[in-house]
Design a protein around this ligand. Structure first.
Ligand code: AMP
Ligand code: GLY
Length: 421
């Protein structure tokens, strides 16, 4: 079996390491991969959004199965293009990836099918949005319709800031065409839970729950990032919450997508908030989360490749998906200045005995040495019997790793440890 994984971050490293547990797999290519992934797969210098080259590579190298991990190629139709040439894939087709690719689509889907989410209005005209904001309650949340590198959500605590966000997105085109339409929605409060799920379009199997830490600074201060650390399971995701989610959110979403003629196959990510009025959907992602994957997959007991094949073949209902009764924590080591501006090219030293606990996100190989090449550099992950131990072990390993200008949050998992359920 020859596999290909599209993408090149910490999430892809976690996916590749898990896939490698299957002995049927002889070879894994990563497109483009990164300097750390190179230890586990053969990296091919093809960008994750270069669909034509990805398809060409799959055909020329007789790839048996492809995993398309990032949002952009999925939204661009990478799976459709690969399937057309006969390569089976893990990931949704373009007409289903729109659940992440367009916030207007996902909000309208939830409204049509009664799936709980924040109240909202859609605007395709800046003047009307600005007029609406004259009387809208604050704080309010402004969302660019399309993909915006995780930066398209602005929480405005004053009307002035909200208006500024509308102007940047719709008039100044901060996110290009992604801002042709916007959603303005009600500000919700409550603990957040990420639930990744496997679905073949009919059956949905939630994975172990997790908690992301999106802000750059300790105690949720500073700018929003792609995620500075994760823990799994998330203590707020109790059995009662899980049941509510299955009945009111997970199954209705899968059925809604099918009814719309857009069956979703792959990993559907539910970003949820547990509010006083019940669980509500904050966002859908059409893929594995990053860095949620780095804590979820190490806890997967079943063989990942078998589960992925079952998703592709529509056989998820008859395929067991089991998780270890353990906990995991991942601390992201980033470059000082992330998510705004940071320097690259610093040598990274990781002690040999902990190297397999480190998922590499932003690093390159230079003269045989691993050097920093991105904002998020490493995801240092520990699995243990308790959450406390997993967090301690992960920070212990962080202390043994070095690169210049490294920074990380010191409170990953603290909120989870203090959760009062
Ligand atoms: P996203 O970039 O879509 O992952 O959203 C970033 C973060 O914004 C989410 O994780 C939430 O913390 C926050 N957020 C998004 N929508 C809302 C909302 N309606 N109310 C409160 N917070 C929100
Ligand atoms: N960690 C959030 C995301 O993957 O979008």
């Amino acid at each position: 079996m020859k596999l290909m994984v599209v993408g090149g971050g910490g999430r892809e490293h976690a996916i590749i390491k898990k896939l490698k547990e299957n002995k049927e797999i002889e070879k894994i290519y990563a497109l483009p991969g990164n300097g750390g992934i190179a230890a586990d797969a053969e990296c091919v210098p093809v960008g994750a959004t270069d669909i034509d080259s990805i398809v060409k590579f799959a055909v020329e190298n007789a790839i048996d199965y492809a995993v398309v991990a990032p949002d952009d190629p999925l939204v661009l139709g990478c799976v459709d293009a690969l399937e057309e040439k006969g390569t089976p894939c893990f990931g949704p087709r373009k007409n289903a990836a729109i659940i992440e690719g367009s916030k207007v689509f996902s909000k309208n889907l939830m409204k049509k099918y009664g799936i709980p989410t924040a109240a909202y209005e859609v605007f395709d005209n800046a003047e009307q949005a600005l007029e609406y904001l004259e009387t809208a309650p604050v704080p309010t949340v402004i969302k660019a319709d399309g993909l915006a590198l995780g930066k398209g959500v602005i929480i405005a605590d004053t009307r002035e800031k909200a208006k500024q966000a509308v102007i940047s997105i719709m008039k100044d085109k901060q996110f290009g065409d992604s801002g042709n339409q916007i959603v303005i929605e009600e500000f919700l409060t409550g603990p957040e839970v990420s639930v990744l799920s496997f679905t073949d379009g009919e059956t949905v199997v939630p994975m172990i729950s997790s908690m992301d830490h999106k802000r750059a600074g300790d105690y949720d201060t500073g700018l929003n990032t792609g995620g500075m650390g994760t823990v799994a399971p998330n203590p707020y995701y109790t059995e009662a919450v899980a049941e509510e989610c299955m009945n009111k959110i997970f199954l209705p979403t899968i059925r809604a997508m099918k009814a719309e003629g857009r069956p979703f196959k792959g990993c559907l990510y539910f970003g949820l908030m547990i509010t006083r009025d019940g669980v509500k959907v904050i966002e859908y992602n059409c893929r594995f989360g990053d860095p949620e994957t780095q804590v979820v997959l190490p806890l997967l007991k079943s063989d990942l490749f078998t589960v992925m094949r079952a998703v592709t073949d529509g056989k998820l209902a008859e395929t067991p998906v089991e998780f270890d009764d353990k906990c995991a924590a991942c601390v992201i080591m980033a470059s000082e200045g992330y998510p705004v501006k940071y320097e690259k090219g610093y040598e990274i030293t990781i002690p040999e005995q902990i190297a397999d606990k480190v998922f590499v996100a932003g690093a390159a190989l230079k003269e045989g040495k691993l050097v920093t090449s991105g904002g998020r550099v490493l995801g240092v992950t520990a699995v243990a019997d308790t959450l406390g131990k997993a967090i301690d072990n992960s920070y212990y390993m962080v202390g043994q790793i070095h690169f210049d200008n490294a920074f990380y949050r010191h409170d990953i998992g603290k909120r989870a440890m203090e959760a009062e359920i």
